[in-house]
Design a binder for this molecule. Sequence first.
Ligand code: FES
Length: 98
Amino acid sequence: MSDLVEITFLPEGRTAWVRAGATLVQAGEAAGVEIVMGCTRGMCGTDPVRVASGVDGLSAPEPHETGTIERMGLGPDHRLACSAKLVRGPIVVETGVL
Ligand code: FES
């Protein structure tokens, strides 16, 4: 059970326990929250979420993800759901930030 990460999605208020290494999109599927994706590679910016708490529980962003977030004018509390992976919980993210 120790490789399961607690994650909650807002505003739906849905929580799931998801295996470490899963992306936020995969975690959303487990929680019953659909996150629309485009490129799946952190380039198009279709799927930003705001990390309300537990940002340290996500994998560190790759440079291309950071570049996309900056290009979109979003702050460092935002991640791309296709790219950010679960490391440890609890994590709370807010969808629908665009
Ligand atoms: S789907 Fe394109 S950045 Fe995530």
